[in-house]
Design a protein around this ligand. Structure first.
Ligand code: F6P
Length: 527
């Protein structure tokens, strides 16, 4: 059996870690004036500078060899061509087909799935245009002003993040709300501000069986019936994005308003599907297509660029270096852009649900670290919250800085301050405060790594490329670790036990552990 940590390349990287531990990143620049040019690259409207990483030329070459000797090229081809790479769920992984804007067919079980993707895209087009133009009327004849997406996890985070990121492209008279938490205060707060006559609910759920989403959808329906129309009016105010057409129709949604997608679209990879309906409603169908185009462009880059010039591959390899060789436990994501404030949460699910695995694709336990703890928040806020620990604490935390270059008209001074703050931080993390000794409480040791991703502008296209970039980075890491990045059995376990506990609230659940039973007793007293 192949063992990753016994491979010649892995062992060479282990030795290189020892050899380069005491290197200073800034010395790499002194020794190589071309380092920035060599360690930066552009794909469309995205520019990546990875030169401020604790990675020597020799390390980088070995990391690329690691990718080269892995199953990456083969697995990448399998993913794009619809082979079953989600082995535990026996499914292909085809979010890339959703943004396939070429004429190339994509086959699942011998059948080209592109015609149904195109059909659903057309349905999204018709629907979004009808709603945005005001042609779609609520039960009392008024156009839609508020859209509420009800969904959780992948059925919330992607559209939520993208709608907020692209708020400046939003329909000027429409407002978007996202309800995810089963905590009733979430939906209560949203509903309290809305007029049912002008509100549209999108029930976004791949399975149409997620407890949180179904409960929130029922509460929304009850609110609608209590405050406005009757059962016959549900169809004008509720639509669904789901693979489970039957359950959506049983809920009262008209067949033509169920926006389908397919089992081969993973929840956290689904914003390109009907789950992206709020995005199309917010920025318009053309904008939604631009988002897909950006992702498609990144897909093409990922497929065709050599590994040594491949943006997702490079980001993945640098991450592997920190996780497996330097011992970093976490990866910070710090967008210097308020519009990207949901990006860290989105990437948290993308990465942690995908690569939070400890057995390989054959079910054998792995003897190396896999996915990092992903966290973060926007700069400059983070500077005044957690950056102190990053500068002087005992943890080693690689950082991804993300920003868009183009200022908002009239906000040039703010944008300049924002970007210079980001550059100052990345510089300070690398340089530290020169001159001070390690023991000096004023001294910042520096030598802390970061990458910087610049978007020419935060457009739908560039956002699409950015998200696809991270999707592929996660994929590459999963391939090298030889894990299945596309299942989530841990989450399923939690879902199942939540169901069992609620079913047994009235009975003596003696087969739960004593702690759960004791706590359940306390809960029971309130219901
Ligand atoms: O978080 C786990 C998960 O299964 C995700 O993969 C999915 O996006 C989410 O739950 C919601 O599931 P559904 O879309 O079926 O309601």
């Amino acid at each position: 059996m192949f063992q990753l940590t016994r491979s010649v390349t892995w062992q060479a990287l282990d030795r290189l870690r020892d050899k380069t531990t005491n290197d200073r990143i800034r010395d790499y620049f002194t020794h190589d004036p071309q380092r920035f040019e060599k360690m930066s690259l552009r794909v469309g409207g995205l520019f990546l500078d990875y030169s401020k990483n604790h990675v020597s030329d020799e390390v980088l070459a070995k990391l690329i060899e690691l990718a080269d000797h892995s199953a990456l090229v083969q697995r990448r081809a399998q993913m794009f061509s619809g082979d079953i790479i989600n082995v535990t769920e026996n499914r292909p992984v085809l979010h890339t087909a959703l943004r396939n804007l070429s004429d190339d067919p994509v086959y699942v079980d011998g059948e080209d799935v592109m015609p149904e993707i195109t059909r659903t895209r057309e349905q999204i087009k018709q629907f979004s245009e009808t709603v945005r133009s005001g042609e779609w009327k609520g039960y009392s004849g008024k156009p839609i002003k508020d859209v509420v997406n009800i969904g959780i996890g992948g059925s919330d985070l992607g559209p939520n993040m993208a709608v907020r990121a692209l708020l400046k492209y939003r329909h000027p008279e429409m407002h978007f709300h996202f309800v995810s938490n089963v905590d009733g205060t979430h939906i209560q707060k949203v509903l309290s501000r809305l007029d049912p006559a002008t509100t549209l609910f999108i029930v976004s759920t791949k399975t149409f069986s997620t407890q949180e989403t179904l409960l929130n959808a029922k509460t929304a329906r009850r609110w609608f019936l209590e405050n406005a129309g009757d059962d016959a009016d549900i169809g004008a105010h509720f639509v669904a994005a789901s693979t489970n057409r039957k359950a959506a129709m049983e809920f009262g949604i008209r067949e033509e308003n169920v926006f389908e997608f397919w089992a081969w679209v993973g929840g956290r990879y689904s914003m390109w599907s009907s789950i992206g309906l709020p995005i199309a409603l917010s920025i318009g169908f053309e904008g939604f297509i631009e988002l897909l185009e950006g992702a498609h462009e990144m897909d093409n880059h990922f497929i065709h660029a050599p590994l040594s010039e491949n943006m997702p591959v490079l980001m993945a390899l640098i991450g592997i270096w920190y996780i497996n060789f330097i011992g970093a436990e976490t990866q910070a994501i710090v967008p210097y852009d308020q519009a990207l404030n949901q990006l860290p949460s989105f990437l948290q699910q993308l990465d942690m649900e995908s690569n939070g695995k400890s057995v390989d694709i054959f079910g054998h336990p792995v003897n190396y670290k896999t996915g990092p703890i992903v966290w973060g928040q926007t700069g400059s806020n983070g500077q005044h919250a957690f950056f102190q620990l990053l500068h002087q604490g005992t943890r080693y935390v690689p950082i991804d800085f993300i920003a868009s270059l183009k200022p908002e008209p009239g906000m040039e001074d703010h944008h300049f301050a924002l970007l210079t703050n980001m550059l100052a931080q990345a510089n300070a993390f690398m340089e530290g405060s020169q001159g001070g000794s390690q023991q000096d409480p004023f001294s910042c040791p520096g030598n802390r790594p970061s990458s910087t991703l610049l978007l020419d502008e935060l457009t739908p296209r560039n956002l699409g490329a950015l998200i696809a970039l991270y999707e592929h980075k996660v994929f590459v890491q999963g391939v090298i670790w030889n894990i299945n990045s596309f299942d989530q059995w841990g989450v399923q376990l939690g879902k199942r036990i939540a169901g069992e506990i609620s079913e047994r609230i009235d009975t003596n659940a003696a087969d739960f552990d004593a702690s759960t039973q004791g706590l359940l007793e306390l809960v029971r007293a309130h219901f």
